[in-house]
Design a protein around this ligand. Structure first.
Ligand SMILES: Nc1c(/N=C/[C@H](O)[C@H](O)[C@H](O)COP(=O)(O)O)[nH]c(=O)[nH]c1=O
Ligand SMILES: Nc1c(N[C@@H]2O[C@H](COP(=O)(O)O)[C@@H](O)[C@H]2O)[nH]c(=O)[nH]c1=O
Ligand SMILES: [Zn+2]
Length: 362
């Protein structure tokens, strides 16, 4: 039981740095000696000390003969920081309890092997499910080389994202919209289509009472119709990248680049989602928050390029055959082609419902 207690603390430490460590994983570590916690640590920012380093430094001499609980296999490579496995060996710990193994090919089992070779008692898998869930973004990015994609939609009870005259402010409550901003803080980038820019001129920034990091703003805009006057072009609140097709007008591209907007020009006329995801991953985007609208959401579903769908439902009926729903595009013909997810949670947020659904882990 005490092992679980300490690993739960390590997981808690890791969970509280969500949104800070990208492209690195969330990691927590706890050092225990004679049933006393003598050191704790979490990885706070990519490029800075790993969780084990903080915890071992805090433990000092007491690390000798101690047990270390760490949510991810200690690294064994020289990345931006020296290997944690070597540090644990040098500090004379007796036992290391690990939750998740690290799929990073640079680590993948080597950290565990190193510790065992040095005669340290290693145990793997304690609360692995909870720890793995914490790092679903990092593990997905490591194993696929693509960003972990979350689509967020906000609809009425009858599934509409706007009225037939395209009025959409607001369908869901302030509380639900605030909840969505937490995801903006946690994601590397937010993505919308140019129609959302033209209709709402959104800021796409993280506006939480407690503050938060603004994600990089990505606009899908094949023929570069985003106005030079748009908020996302002028407010300098966060980087803005506009994805265009190969036929976007040179002059418009130059005018946008003048305003420090980054243009990502696709090799094809249209924007191919799988190709775009590879480009974004290469640019270090490990998590992508897609806030629609209908056409963009439809293109991600068509490409089956989504890992999580978060739906906020307001207890309102909008009606109208031509009122848009969350996923546009041509859709599917046969039900067997429907994108299969599993519902992970259903909760009330103010007057609204929030449903989190995830792809079955492939
Ligand atoms: N219309 C609704 C939403 N609409 C979401 C659209 O993407 C909207 O244009 C942007 O979220 C606005 O961006 P910003 O706030 O200026 O950063 N999202 C919601 O959660 N509920 C709704 O009712
Ligand atoms: N954050 C973290 C680990 N992260 C591992 O190390 C890699 C990043 O290495 P670096 O570039 O040196 O920060 C990352 O991809 C992942 O495999 N490992 C750990 O032992 N403890 C930590 O707290
Ligand atoms: Zn490390």
């Amino acid at each position: 039981m005490t092992d679980e207690k300490y690993m739960k603390l390590a997981i808690e430490l890791a969970a509280n740095t969500k949104g800070q460590t990208s492209p690195n994983p969330l990691v927590g570590a706890v050092v225990v000696k004679d049933n006393q916690i003598v050191g704790i640590g979490a990885h706070l920012k990519a490029g800075q000390a790993h969780a084990e380093v903080h915890a071992i430094n805090m433990a000092g001499e007491k690390a000798k003969g101690a047990t270390v609980y760490v949510t991810l296999e200690p690294c064994s490579h020289f990345g931006k920081t020296p290997p944690c496995a070597d540090l644990l060996i040098k500090s004379g710990v007796k036992r290391v309890v690990i939750a998740s193994t690290d799929p990073n090919p640079l680590v993948a089992g080597k950290g565990i092997a190193k510790l065992k070779e040095a005669g340290i008692d290693v145990e793997v898998g304690l609360l692995q499910k909870e720890a793995d869930e914490l790092n679903e973004v990092f593990f997905h990015y490591m194993s696929t080389g693509l960003p972990y994609v979350t689509i967020k939609t906000a609809t009425s009870l009858d599934g509409k994202i706007a009225t037939a005259t395209l009025e959409s402010k607001w369908i869901t409550s302030q509380e639900a919209r605030l909840d969505a901003h937490t995801y903006r803080h946690q994601h590397d980038a937010i993505l919308v289509g140019v129609n959302t820019i033209l209709k709402d001129d959104p800021e796409l920034t993280t506006r939480l009472p407690q503050g938060g990091k603004n994600p990089i703003r990505i606009i899908l805009d094949t023929s570069l119709r985003t106005p030079l006057s748009a908020n996302v072009v002028n407010d300098k609140a966060a980087p803005t990248w506009i994805v265009v097709g190969c036929n976007a007008e040179r002059e418009k591209v130059a005018a946008m680049e003048e305003k420090q907007v980054e243009i990502i020009q696709m090799p094809t006329e249209k924007i191919d989602i799988p190709t775009l995801l590879k480009i974004l991953a290469e640019k270090g985007i490990t998590s992508l928050f897609v806030e629609g609208g209908a056409q963009v959401n439809g293109s991600f579903i068509k490409a089956k390029a989504v890992q999580q769908v978060i739906t906020y439902i307001a207890p309102k009926i909008i009606g109208g055959e031509s009122a848009p729903t969350s996923f546009g595009g041509e859709g599917i013909e046969k039900l067997s082609e429907a994108l299969e997810l599993e519902i992970k949670s259903v909760e009330k947020i103010g007057p609204d419902l929030k449903i989190v659904a995830k792809r079955k882990s492939t």
